[in-house]
Design a protein around this ligand. Structure first.
Ligand code: SF4
Ligand code: SF4
Length: 313
């Protein structure tokens, strides 16, 4: 029986996971080196250190740059937060999202807009509005959770086929033409921001007739991982991502670290640095070292009533 490259990669990745040993991962690395198409960067684990190394650093024509340490052979985990993607490259944008928890009233318009824009399969919420409560005596609040577009992304470090990678503008992309469905990235992401298509998703006629577009993340298909990618087709044109422009409260700010500017759906503009610093901005689970590109402003002086306490999680 002849196996496709995708099926072979899936089998090999499953073997490595099951074995759970550096030797097995090293075998996977050697196998991948021989089976990755020419011109496509391949990342795999170094059997002696357990860290990811670049096996073939030649970028494919037209493919967005992959963030990596200068020179082949460096671990992707060694890429400095905020560093340009390629040696000598100067990023013209470094996108950042700032979510004001004092403004979010949990309406879910952001999730709906994202679902509609990307034809997100049923059951997935690439931006998920959670109800949080930090301790017994504190008030619950709404917490929209997109992909954090981490500058030190564990999902990228573990992907054995470079299906997920970091662009120089800060966006962590997901290429489902390359994904083999091993789901290492889902296990690695501490934010629960990734989803796996266990079944063939329902397709609208418009989605089905489209050619796969990595920036739109559709048409969707069974057996691959998907996630929020900060709407690169919109932000590249200077527009807000679908979630931010749909938020009736102006709770989702989107900005550029290079130009130090942020805007929201209510037409407000601020210096990004001031928005974060003057409002006590923080990053979720910052202590993990993931260097998220999403900041949160604390839910104080709210402009809406607190969510019901009994349903808080
Ligand atoms: S939030 Fe998860 S999926 Fe997004 S970049 Fe970070 S680790 Fe990767
Ligand atoms: S993106 Fe995730 S599921 Fe796809 S190949 Fe990489 S690790 Fe596996």
């Amino acid at each position: 029986m002849k196996l496709s490259r995708r099926a072979l990669l899936q089998t090999t990745a499953a073997f490595a996971v099951a074995a759970g040993a550096p030797e097995a991962v090293s075998k996977l690395a050697k196998w991948l080196k021989g089976h990755t198409p020419r011109g496509v960067p391949a990342l795999a684990a170094d059997g002696s250190t357990g860290r990811l190394v670049v096996l073939d650093a030649v970028p494919e024509a037209g493919r967005p740059a992959v963030a990596r340490a200068a020179g082949a052979g460096h671990s992707t985990a060694a890429v400095a937060p905020g560093a340009p993607a390629a040696p000598g490259a100067v990023a013209t944008h470094r996108f950042v999202m700032v979510i004001d928890l004092a403004r979010c009233d949990g309406c879910g318009a952001c999730t709906e807009a994202c679902n509609a824009f990307h034809f997100v399969p049923p059951g997935q919420e690439w931006i998920k509005v959670c109800r949080l409560k930090d301790s017994e005596n504190t008030a619950p609040y709404w917490f929209p959770r997109p992909c954090m577009q981490c500058d030190n992304p564990p999902c990228v470090t573990v992907c054995p086929v470079s299906a997920t990678y970091k662009r120089e503008d800060g966006i962590v992309m997901q290429d489902n033409d390359r994904c083999i469905g091993c789901r290492f990235c889902i296990a690695a992401c501490p934010y629960g921001a990734r989803y796996f298509n266990w079944v063939e998703p329902l397709h609208s006629p418009e989605e089905r007739s489209a050619t796969y577009n990595i920036e739109m993340q559709y048409p969707h298909r069974k057996g691959v991982v998907e996630k929020c990618v900060f709407c690169p087709s919109l932000v590249g044109e200077g527009e807000l991502p679908a979630c931010a422009r749909a938020c009736p409260m102006g709770a989702i700010w989107f900005g550029d670290e290079v130009e130090d500017i942020a805007a929201n759906s209510q037409g407000q503009r601020m210096k990004l640095s001031e928005l974060i610093r003057q409002n006590g901005g923080y990053r979720y689970l910052e202590e993990l070292g993931t260097e998220p590109r999403v900041y949160y402003l604390p839910p104080r002086r709210r402009v809406y009533p607190a969510p019901p306490d009994e349903t808080a999680t």
